[in-house]
Design a protein around this ligand. Structure first.
Ligand SMILES: NC(=O)c1ccc[n+]([C@@H]2O[C@H](COP(=O)([O-])OP(=O)(O)OC[C@H]3O[C@@H](n4cnc5c(N)ncnc54)[C@H](OP(=O)(O)O)[C@@H]3O)[C@@H](O)[C@H]2O)c1
Length: 167
């Protein structure tokens, strides 16, 4: 099983504010849904609470040390137990979907990254640790334009990139 992480971040590595996303990019959501569908997704308790419900067509694994429980999700207080749970079902690719705390703790385990680099700068209270790309190979890139409506930015420009860890 490979371990992947999927995240959208701004110019200063911003990923969230008040336990919410910082932008609404519908194409990025569609992309996220397509990439993660059929797979196990692993997240921190706060990210689960921000989403509010298990995402359809995916097996939700939540990390928590505070005894958190919710219908339709599997809770773990140990990362390896969460990984093993997915391995037992013959999962080929597990997705780490956030948030800041989980990306930081689990980064050493990540084999593949699906990154959305968003043309956004603004207030945030959750950040990704800066990534040193010298140990990663870029295997895919697609650039998306800004979308404006009545002169206002409706959806910022963003670049979707896939990276795999160098051997
Ligand atoms: N831009 C993006 O792509 C993206 C994606 C996801 C999330 N986000 C944003 O990220 C922010 C949330 O990030 P966050 O860092 O505050 O919270 P988080 O990482 O989602 O969750 C943190 C919680 O996870 C549990 N946890 C963490 N490490 C653990 C471990 N090793 N073992 C067991 N449990 C563990 C703890 O839960 P307990 O307190 O229950 O013990 C901890 O309080 C939000 O703003 C959200 O919108 C952004």
């Amino acid at each position: 099983m490979i371990i992947s992480m999927i995240v959208a971040y701004g110019k200063n590595w911003e990923i969230g504010l008040n336990n919410q996303m910082l932008w609404h990019i519908s194409e990025d959501f569609k992309n996220f849904k397509q990439i993660t569908s059929g797979h196990h997704i692993l997240m921190g308790r706060k990210t689960f609470e921000s989403i509010g419900k298990p995402l359809p067509n995916r097996t939700s694994l939540v990390l928590s040390n505070s005894g958190f429980e919710h219908e339709g999700v599997h809770t773990f207080n140990d990362v390896q137990e969460a990984f093993n749970f997915a391995r037992k079902t013959a999962e080929e690719e597990l997705f780490i979907i956030g948030g800041a705390n989980i990306y930081k703790t689990l980064f050493p385990y990540v084999d593949k990254m699906y990154l959305s680099e968003v043309d956004f700068e603004g207030e945030a209270d959750a950040f990704l640790e800066p990534i040193d790309f010298s140990t990663w190979d870029l295997v895919e890139q697609k650039d998306y334009e800004e979308i404006t409506e009545n002169g206002q930015v409706k959806s910022p420009a963003w670049k979707f990139k896939v990276w795999t860890k160098k051997d």
